[in-house]
Ligand binder design. Structure first.
Ligand code: ZN
Length: 68
């Protein structure tokens, strides 16, 4: 599977620097699990964005992988 042309897709990653969560407005600490959204250029705690992230991923992944 190629990631070409998917630079706008959200990605789960480890924060490399401190920041502020887009959703809850609380601090994001370096090393925390976050979700980064290139299309909005913002980041949020993984827990805060998990539902949206999964919906977004499911929209272009094989649904069967998420139905089990
Ligand atoms: Zn948050």
């Amino acid at each position: 599977m190629s990631y070409k042309g998917r630079s706008r897709d959200p990605r789960q990653m480890t924060s490399r620097f401190a920041g502020t969560c887009y959703t809850c407005k609380k601090p994001i600490k370096k090393g925390e699990e976050i979700i980064y959204w290139p299309n909005g250029n913002h980041a949020e705690h993984f827990a805060c964005g998990e539902a949206d992230y999964r919906n977004s991923v499911a929209s272009f992944e094989d649904e069967d992988r998420y139905n089990g």
